[in-house]
Design a protein around this ligand. Structure first.
Ligand code: GLU
Length: 320
């Protein structure tokens, strides 16, 4: 008995001395469909975090989810630690507006913003649609419930004085299914709020003659003028087959969010893993190529910054 106790104590001391006593902790990041960019954001962050597992004990996973709204709700429920969400839904969730009217997610915290996400509409050429207005009376995939695009689509329709009922069909396929549905002529158009270039839109525009439609007009101008989380956006011409000229639309930013309930040292380590290895991170998807650290910290975030993130940004001199 006595020998045993000495052995255990000695072992604990040895562990402390070598610094390998970091307790293992599993952390999760909510992403989006596997053909989108959120999935790559989550997978990339986890990859960088997991490289340091021996030091900090964090083991990160980033499963595919329904998207922005699903991620925010999972964070609010404590089912996920972190997630990717559109800047408009970060704003509404924290402030209790729009879809979150009467149910603000007060513990939502911003970590950083990532790439821009233009509201992207792709229509089959044979549908004859040339602008967003031409979609009324046609079959449109409006996105799965839980996705950012579905929720933003509701806002757009509302701003135009329209509703889902104005489409001949409003289907709710997930991003991974919608490109095939467009190719199979099950729908005339699909929408996706997503970073570019991405595999999903590439698939949609290469399997059938299709083009990206402009989303412009008075209602959009007003949405952008009235709300700081929206901005005018351009999808560059030549990026996808069938669309040679720049296309005007509006967009949001992808943001990385968490809960005030997640410990400071966890978020500190996650943020450190990303920004200590920033060139590596930027190389993991073409949509990350133009990211600037200071911009990620200062724009697109409307919930308060998580204290663990603040600590790292202060160390780097990015915030006061
Ligand atoms: N913006 C989309 C959403 O919130 C996801 C885009 C992506 O997966 O890259 O749901």
């Amino acid at each position: 008995m006595k020998t045993l106790r000495i052995t255990a104590a000695t072992a604990a001391l040895a562990l402390m001395a070598t610094g390998v006593a970091a307790q293992e902790r599993f952390i999760t990041i909510g992403t989006g469909g596997q053909t989108g960019v959120y999935y790559v954001v989550g997978q990339s962050i986890c990859r960088l975090v997991n490289r340091g597992e021996a030091e900090h004990g964090l083991k990160c996973t980033a499963p595919s989810t329904g998207g922005s709204i699903a991620n925010i709700n999972a964070i609010a429920a404590g089912d996920m630690d972190m997630g990717v969400a559109q800047s408009d839904w970060q704003f509404h969730a924290y402030n209790g507006s729009s879809e979150y009217e009467g149910k603000p997610v007060e513990k939502l915290r911003a970590v950083f913003s990532v790439h821009g996400e233009p509201f992207t509409v792709v229509a089959r050429t044979d549908s004859g649609a040339e602008s967003f207005d031409d979609l009324f009376g046609k079959r449109v995939n409006v996105g799965n419930p839980g996705s950012g695009q579905r929720a933003t689509m509701e806002v757009v329709l509302d701003a135009m004085g329209r509703s889902m009922g104005d489409f001949a069909l409003a289907s709710e396929l997930k991003p991974a299914e919608q490109s095939a549905a467009l190719g199979d002529n099950k729908v005339d158009a699909i929408i996706y709020t997503v970073g570019h270039p991405n595999g999903s839109i590439q698939e949609a525009t290469s399997t059938v003659d299709a083009r990206i439609l402009p989303v412009t007009g008075e209602a959009i101008d007003k949405l952008v003028a009235d709300n700081s989380y929206y901005a005018k956006a351009i999808i560059p011409g030549g990026m996808y087959k069938g669309t040679d000229a720049d296309v005007d639309t509006f967009g949001v930013k992808a943001t990385f969010v968490t809960s005030a309930d997640v410990p400071d040292d966890v978020i500190y380590e996650v943020v450190k893993a990303v920004f200590d290895n920033f060139d590596r991170f930027k190389g993991l998807h073409p949509a990350f190529a133009n990211l600037k650290e200071e911009d990620m910290v200062s724009s697109g975030n409307s919930a308060p910054l998580h204290p663990g993130a603040e600590r790292y940004y202060r160390e780097r001199g990015w915030i006061q």
